[in-house]
Write a protein that binds this ligand. Sequence first.
Ligand SMILES: [Zn+2]
Length: 135
Amino acid sequence: MSGTTIEAIAAIRAEYGPRELEALRTYGDVAAALEAAGLPTYVETRGGLALCSMAPDGSLLVVASEEALPSDRSRLSGWHLSHCPEDGPAARWRCIVHDTVPTTSPAGACGDLALEPLIAAAQAHLAACRRHEAA
Ligand SMILES: [Zn+2]
């Protein structure tokens, strides 16, 4: 992993305000699991709460749910993990890596919230994805 990546993440973390710290208390186990998998992770609150993990090539894995992550985790209905080249609403490409959010179930239904498949999907995808090389 490059020093630039670590410095970039450290700079983002240094700017954490109350919303980011609150999110870290709520989703700290998810961030820790991603970090343990070698993916430095930060909290993103612009445009809704998400966790962003930086891959060794600088592309991002974004952990959200049906839309943003709910601030109340008891309202989380599933994970939506995507892979994109940069942090922004108009990414040049986006891979859907892992999606456990129920689409046809009634309101209140809940998908798989286990972290192990989420992390495994992230690692398998980064090993297989070739889009970032073409970007
Ligand atoms: Zn990808």
